[in-house]
Design a protein around this ligand. Structure first.
Ligand SMILES: NC(=O)C1=CN([C@@H]2O[C@H](COP(=O)(O)OP(=O)(O)OC[C@H]3O[C@@H](n4cnc5c(N)ncnc54)[C@H](OP(=O)(O)O)[C@@H]3O)[C@@H](O)[C@H]2O)C=CC1
Ligand SMILES: CC(=O)N[C@@H](CCC(=O)OP(=O)(O)O)C(=O)O
Length: 307
């Protein structure tokens, strides 16, 4: 028996990529409103209430309003926006971190933020294992392709080919900080320094560590082994033990739904760089939504993913 899935915001960057990943899947009846009706609240309310699952690919305010339009107790929701990341009654949609069973049982799932997927994926298992202190003031540098900012940032970068690097979030207090702190189990807000480069998609999320100054921190090899053990068996999260001289984001990157983690340690073990590579539109958004949908619908967790 197929289940119906309504993508609200299907004409946007994330929504389009979810539709591509679900296309041709017989398990789902995909509901997408045409251009005339996609912003018509009556049509949306009907679709939101008819569907078994809705995936919200909307700005935060519109996502909150969409949830308010659901008048039944049955429709299950995956919200790609940042409106409900740490909201009560919502489950954080990172199955490797919160547990597959929690997602399977949830009615309201908030897809993680793209940058937080890298940060939390690196830090949470190590804090839980006692190999990194929860009290440390962590710093996170990250660069994203411009599709991370949706249609508006895509238009801006495609119109102005002269931008080579865009540091932003300079006032601090980026919207991702609360979920980074909460899901990594930290005592303090991490200092988050994001930037955008002129590549369409892809991101590098880095956490530099002064291990020798961190009370109780493990050595780089111990951190890498702990991550490998934590993600053992995952088809989506991969822990590499190579020592590359460089890590490249390519302007021509193809869509991919994996999250690749590395621990790059100094020879004397005093410092390390934890580095996550992912596609902001893959495990950072649309791939994660499809993985969560698969789990909620009790299907093969990785069906439709680009691994
Ligand atoms: N891009 C990314 O890498 C990631 C995005 N996200 C999140 O996903 C959500 C969507 O982002 P993204 O796809 O990038 O954004 P886009 O701007 O590309 O798409 C948003 C879509 O929502 C539509 N929309 C806006 N308001 C309404 C409304 N009231 N009713 C119906 N449709 C509406 C827009 O319409 P129109 O086309 O007319 O503008 C647009 O098609 C955001 O909350 C974002 O934070 C999460 C992780 C990563
Ligand atoms: C490059 C860029 O602008 N990225 C966005 C984050 C991506 C996004 O849209 O937010 P979520 O991942 O929380 O949904 C930003 O920094 O606001």
């Amino acid at each position: 028996m197929s289940v119906s899935v309504f993508i609200d915001g299907a004409a946007g960057t994330t929504g389009l990529e979810i539709a591509e990943r679900l296309a041709g899947r017989a398990e789902f009846d995909l509901v997408i409103l045409d251009d005339e009706r996609r912003k018509d609240d009556d049509a949306r309310a009907e679709a939101l209430n008819d569907a078994d699952f809705v995936i919200l690919c909307l700005p935060d305010d519109a996502a909150k309003a969409a949830v308010g339009m659901i008048r039944n107790e049955r429709t299950r929701v995956i919200d790609a926006s940042s409106a409900h990341r740490v909201a009560s009654g919502w489950t954080y949609g990172f199955p490797e971190i919160v547990g597959r069973d929690a997602i399977a049982a949830a009615r309201f799932v908030s897809n993680p933020g793209c940058y937080p997927t890298g940060f939390i994926g690196l830090v949470a298992p190590l804090v839980r294992a006692g190999l990194l202190p929860a009290e440390w003031p962590y710093v996170c540098h990250a660069v994203s392709g411009y599709s991370g900012g949706g249609k508006a940032l895509i238009s801006r970068f495609e119109a102005d080919r002269d931008i080579a690097f865009r540091a932003y979030g300079l006032a601090l207090g980026h919207k991702h900080v609360p979920e980074m702190k909460a899901l990594a189990g930290l005592a303090h807000d991490p200092l988050f320094a994001p930037a955008v480069v002129p590549a369409h998609r892809g991101m590098l999320v880095e956490v530099p560590l002064h291990l020798s100054m961190m009370s109780g921190a493990g050595a780089p090899d111990a951190l890498r082994r702990a991550l490998a053990d934590f993600y053992a068996g995952s088809m989506v999260v991969k822990v590499e033990d190579d020592r590359p001289d460089e890590l490249l984001l390519r302007a021509s990157m193809e869509p991919v739904d994996t999250l690749t983690l590395r621990v790059l340690g100094a020879a004397d073990g005093s410092q390390a760089r934890l580095v996550a590579m992912l596609d902001n539109l893959g495990k950072g958004a649309s791939g994660a939504a499809v993985q969560n949908l698969n789990i909620m619908a009790d299907l093969d967790e990785t069906a439709g993913l680009r691994l």
